[in-house]
Design a protein around this ligand. Structure first.
Ligand code: NAD
Length: 250
């Protein structure tokens, strides 16, 4: 149902962004992916889903400008690129703070400001921002990430109000723990370090705060993004959808 629509998904060379790009491409959107990684692997993804890849460092405003110029007129914008760093606030490296705010928050401002004129002009658009359970709640030692994700949720609500009568919606999708290689690869080391079984690591460490005791799957985020592009979702704007197994209900 997305034939003739162009979708740009940031941070789509792996993880959640790749799953969202796959899901939009499966609905026939012309899909533009961006993010870092092995060139052959990126070429293989492009061939598999019929996407084009644009290189851009989104920690710089110029990176977002290059990306938007290369992507052309975008009907569906998914701001998903993000990074994490864990440290007590008093030791938090200043350059890490600046980088996380730049990628997890400011990059979305830049792509949105550049995408909105076309969306508004045609009277249709979808802005979907990958926030996090950490857009609604905090954990210690993640000051930059939590601040950026709360900021992204605020930006999304503001943009939703500004565009409320334009046919353009803006929403957040907010995962809790998602089953990615990054999570899976931590399990053996944590088993050794804490002398726990695989099940104990999953339930008592990783999923300690996730009441369903299940990981969100990247495909769940893809399906949610596709739903938000449907006409039935046209009156859903300024919302923040939790896909977190009940984490933020506590
Ligand atoms: P990931 O590390 O698998 O992917 C991150 C993507 O961002 C990659 O494509 C990477 O190349 C790209 N990227 C990194 N630095 C960049 C830069 N400077 N410029 C441009 N692109 C850059 O991450 P993921 O786990 O799929 O996370 C995607 C989003 O979901 C992030 O915003 C993250 O905060 C959020 N999230 C993830 C989880 C989780 O459990 N994995 C939970 C909540 C929220």
């Amino acid at each position: 149902f997305l034939k003739g629509k162009r979708a740009l998904v940031t941070g789509s060379t792996s993880g959640i962004g790749l799953a969202i790009a796959r899901a939009l491409a499966a609905e026939d959107a012309e899909t533009v992916i961006t993010g870092f990684g092995d060139q052959d692997a990126i070429a293989a993804i492009c061939a598999e889903i019929g996407a084009v890849h644009v290189d851009a460092d989104l920690t710089q405003p110029e990176g977002a400008e290059t990306l938007m110029a290369a992507a052309g007129n975008v009907d569906i914008l998914v701001n998903n690129a993000g990074m994490q760093f864990v440290s007590p606030v008093e030791d938090f490296p200043v350059e890490k703070w600046d980088k996380i705010i730049a990628l997890n928050l400011s990059a979305a401002f830049h792509t949105i400001r550049l995408a909105v004129p076309y969306m508004k002009g045609q009277g249709w658009g979808r802005i979907i921002n990958t926030a996090s359970a950490h857009s609604l709640t905090a954990s210690p030692f993640k000051s930059a990430y939590v601040a950026a994700k709360h900021g992204l949720a605020g930006l999304t609500k503001t943009v939703a109000l500004e565009l409320a009568q334009s046919g353009v919606t803006a929403n957040c999708v907010s995962p809790g723990y998602v089953w990615t290689p990054l999570v899976e690869n931590q399990i053996p080391d944590t088993m050794k370090a804490r002398n726990l079984t695989r099940e104990q690591v999953i339930n008592d460490v990783l999923l300690a705060g996730q009441p369903t005791k299940r990981f969100t799957q990247v495909e769940d985020l893809g399906a949610m993004a596709v739903f938000l592009c449907r006409e039935e979702a046209g009156n859903i704007t300024g919302s923040n959808f939790s896909l977190d197994g009940g984490w933020t209900a506590q």
